[in-house]
Write a protein that binds this ligand. Structure first.
Ligand code: FEO
Length: 394
């Protein structure tokens, strides 16, 4: 299925309802779309590809408009395989096409696919005439890989923004912001930002500032995942600016692991104490909360409260994994409160503290460490810790 989004400009992308975990990590309860766009002018340009199992559907969509053998340019804003792994099969049909990408994309293309098509390396702000329409390429390093660029269709004022302004969630034929449940778009795009772009938030801010400085008109934002914004293109820009802001929120988020409920009891106790002190608090049991939702809630939390049982003399594996994710996602530094339980030797909270201190984050005192069930003194320590957290958030 294709849809014309402007005169001579077509959506030819596909929906993926099969992949359960995006990047092998992130749940896709509503699927995901791989958006691809075809511009038909004197020259024919395809902007972005799809993941390889969907290449036939992409080609069928293109055939509804033109013979794919006639494609002159395949513009690849970004080399990640969710957009490019169809390239080898595409190249067998669009034999005369020239691949258009940045200099940094060229070695990636060679190492991933090495397809026998001509290539055109484009500089920042370089233009390419298709006849009546003109493409302008805007380098957008680390949005979200180093080779990434955006493509601007000058006459129609459409930004093909690649991963930027993208969202999880398949489109099911409703490709525009005015055709779709925007409540779902908001939660799925926020989860997408948390999962995919958290490590590169400062590049989001820089990329948006760069486009704003160009002073170009923007009638439509057409990302490579999720809906096209035509009713209110600035809606998603404002959301991305908000979600990538370096400001921490005035709240606390408790994340914890638990095996038999002892650490859970401490977590719930801390939550109650914090709520009694008027602190806005969220709680995630890492065995049950989906990781992208945990990252969504924790990435800008004013204070993180992490709890762990001792497991094989180390922190609980899911807690350990979350702390690794904090490092990989380059979480901003902030005070961190710790609590945990153990049955005999302990070690989980001690080692967790070392991990947090190695990240140069302040550990708030007291660290609440409980053998078995919390006694009165330890319940009192929870109260003290809650008070310290509340005071810090004032
Ligand atoms: Fe949708 Fe970074 O790929």
């Amino acid at each position: 299925m294709h849809r014309e989004i402007a005169k001579g400009v077509y959506y030819v992308g596909v929906d993926d309802h099969h992949t359960e975990l995006f990047e092998g990590l992130w749940e896709l309860p509503f699927g995901v779309s791989y958006n691809s766009y075809l511009i038909v002018d004197e020259k024919i340009a395809l902007i972005e590809g799809v993941k390889d199992p969907w290449v036939d559907e992409l080609l069928d969509n293109i055939r509804e408009i033109v013979d794919p053998a006639k494609i002159d340019y395949i513009v690849m804003n970004h080399m990640e395989p969710d957009h490019t792994s169809a390239l080898p099969d595409l190249a067998k049909i669009a034999k005369n096409a020239t691949m258009v990408y940045t200099a940094k994309a060229a070695p990636m293309q060679k190492s991933f696919y090495d397809v026998p098509l001509k290539e055109k390396i484009v500089e920042d702000l370089e233009e390419l005439s298709l006849g009546e329409k003109t493409l302008k390429f805007v380098h957008a390093q680390f949005l979200h890989w180093p080779e990434t660029m955006l493509t601007y269709l000058v006459e129609d004022e459409i930004v093909f923004s690649c991963d930027a302004f993208g969202s999880f969630g398949a489109l099911n034929g409703k490709i525009f912001d005015d055709e779709i449940d925007m409540g779902m778009v908001e939660s799925e795009s926020r989860r997408y930002v948390s999962a995919i772009i958290t490590s590169y938030l400062k590049f989001v801010q820089r990329g948006i500032a760069k486009v704003q400085d160009l002073g170009i008109g923007i009638r439509m934002i057409a990302p490579s995942h999720g809906p096209i914004y035509r009713k209110d293109p600035m809606w998603i820009v404002k959301k991305y600016l908000e979600w990538s802001s370096p400001e921490l929120e005035k709240n606390a988020v408790i994340v914890y692991g638990t095996m038999y409920g002892m650490t859970h009891r401490l977590a719930v106790n801390l939550k109650k104490e914090l709520m009694n002190l008027g602190v806005e608090v969220k709680l995630h049991n890492l065995s049950y909360s989906e990781l992208s939702k945990v990252i969504t809630d924790t990435m800008r939390a004013g204070i993180l409260v992490i709890g762990t049982p001792t497991y094989d003399a180390f922190p609980f594996p899911k807690v350990w994994s979350f702390v690794n994710e904090m490092q990989g996602k380059r979480f901003m530094k902030r005070p961190i409160a710790l609590f945990g339980t153990f049955g005999w030797g302990g070690g989980g909270v001690f080692k967790l503290r070392k991990m947090i201190e190695a990240m140069k984050c302040e550990v708030l005192e007291p660290v609440v460490r409980v053998r078995g069930r919390p006694n009165e003194q330890e319940i009192e320590d929870c109260k003290k810790l809650a008070k310290v957290i509340a005071d810090r958030l004032k």
